[in-house]
Design a protein around this ligand. Structure first.
Ligand code: GLU
Length: 485
């Protein structure tokens, strides 16, 4: 697979540049992850830049949400966060440089005039592009009007013929006819830069070597390339990553369910599982097989860093599959030792305001027993409470199904048997139950199902006798008798 990394003549510098107008969503997190993987793979630098020049829609709360999401995913950055709102002087100076180089001009058209002309053009079936009238104003006259205090925006003077192209590391050569690019605004009349200007000014100032971002920015790129040329700056490598679609193949949105990264934390997803899942949305590590010959999908963070390359990014859109995410999550829960799951589970306990009362060793033992059955981390705080504390509820549906007729009476009697034994192992507890069932002329299953409900609160659980050992003799004796106490 081609890899664009060998062409690196300078240390890699990449950035994640979210706009804090919403929470960190899945697409943004994937962009952040790819930048992080590329920086770590190349030993480069990841910069975090907050693009907050849309003052009305940006908020400190959203910035905090983005940082929380990145930290949850383990995506650390090396420089920043830098805030564009604090760098307005750089944008003004950059716009001035483009004017001085003869590639930008002052535009005195008012908002109302522009709107009116746009409406007229649309009505006449013409594209509603700026008609470039202020481009004809002589530079000296424009300067005089600006000096006299007239309000002006700065527009880029797009070449009238020809085309603008760039080589994208993912999409190859991308070309746009200049005739289709309007003389876009760089700086608004209030001195606030547009995205087009601030992104280029910062990408140059921060000496970025690679721009890895969503394919929705491809159409913005020619406007950026034009500015690099006007400023005499070297182009970075652009790598646009494919869009993420929902299962119905439309662009992933709220209609498809949770889209903010933090909502996946709230659903009990292991962060590394989410990171592994995200890494494969639009990227493949090439020919890496499992022992059974299938494409490998589970990769540790170190492996992802080692394998990542821009050449592995695919052109075709990725599909966000919730079932697949659930699969990654259960695989991670199963594979993690109790010590690694512990902090994640403790977080769930905190959220659920649940306090375990058992010893650390007992808790670890219970986690090991339960993890093959966990669907997510939340199970440890809700469905599995009985393993960590004596305060738990019995699922009414399970009770109605299995604690019928004289089962509670029989369980109380069984409790007495367990109280009397000196040996308490999986084999011995099973022998006691089966012997007792035989004595009573019952199927052992009736007692097993009933005991499971009173011991765990649930209708399904790991092997009952393993559960008994995890709970310990005293607890088993008490719980079996509790229904009739
Ligand atoms: N702030 C832009 C966004 O959130 C990203 C800009 C860029 O990557 O060039 O979509």
């Amino acid at each position: 697979m081609p890899d664009s990394t060998p062409s690196l003549e300078k240390p890699v510098r990449v950035r994640f540049a979210p706009s804090p107008t919403g929470y960190l969503h899945v697409g943004g997190a994937r962009t952040a992850l790819f930048n992080w993987l590329f920086a770590r793979h190349t030993g480069g630098t990841l910069i975090l830049r907050i693009e907050d020049t849309d003052f009305e829609r940006s908020s400190e709360e959203m910035v905090e949400g983005i940082l929380v999401g990145m930290r949850w995913l383990g995506l650390n950055w090396d420089e920043g966060p830098f805030y564009q709102s604090k760098r307005l002087d750089l944008y003004k100076a950059t716009a001035q440089k483009i004017i001085d180089a003869g590639h930008a001009y002052a535009c005195f058209c008012t908002k109302e005039e522009l709107e009116q002309r746009r409406a007229q053009a649309t009505a006449a079936g013409r594209p509603p592009m700026y008609d470039r009238r202020c481009r004809k104003i002589a530079k000296e006259e424009a300067e005089r009007r600006v000096a006299a205090g007239e309000s002006a925006a700065i527009r880029f003077a797009v070449p009238e013929g020809g085309s603008t192209s760039f080589d994208d590391a993912v999409f190859g050569k991308v070309e746009f006819a200049n005739a289709e690019i309007e003389d876009f605004v760089l700086l608004r009349s209030d001195g606030i830069p547009t995205y087009h200007l601030s992104v280029v000014a910062d990408d140059i100032d921060m000496r970025l070597t690679h721009i890895i971002r969503g394919a929705d920015h491809i159409s913005n790129t020619p406007k950026q390339v034009l500015q690099y040329r006007a400023l005499g700056a070297k182009l970075p490598v652009f790598a646009h990553v494919p869009l993420i679609l929902g299962p119905d193949k439309t662009r992933l949105s709220k209609r498809h369910g949770a889209t903010s990264v933090i909502s996946y934390k709230q659903l009990g997803i292991v962060p590394e599982a989410f990171r592994n899942f995200l890494s494969l949305l639009g990227w493949t590590p090439g020919n890496v097989k499992d022992a059974d010959g299938k494409d490998r999908e589970i990769f540790s963070s170190d492996e992802l860093v080692k394998l990542f390359s821009l050449g592995g990014i695919s052109k075709s859109n990725a599909v966000f599959d919730n079932d697949k995410l659930a699969w990654f999550n259960t695989e991670y829960i199963r594979a993690y030792p109790a010590e690694l799951l512990m902090p994640l589970i403790e977080e769930e306990w905190k959220q659920a305001e649940f306090t375990p009362t058992r010893s650390e060793t007992e808790i670890h033992q219970a986690i090991e027993l339960l993890k093959p059955r966990a669907r997510n981390l939340k199970d440890f705080a809700i469905a599995f409470r009985a393993y960590f504390s004596d305060e738990f509820e019995i699922d009414p549906a399970a009770a109605a199904k299995f604690l019928t007729s004289d089962v509670p009476v029989l369980l109380k009697e069984l409790s007495a048997r367990y109280a009397a034994v000196t040996e308490f192992t999986e084999a011995s507890t099973e022998a006691v139950l089966r012997g007792f069932a035989e004595e009573k002329g019952l199927k052992a299953g009736v007692l097993i199902n009933g005991a499971r409900v009173v011991l765990t609160g649930q209708g399904v659980a790991p092997s009952l006798f393993a559960v008994m050992i995890a709970l310990g003799q005293q607890r088993v004796v008490a719980r079996l008798a509790a229904k009739l106490a």
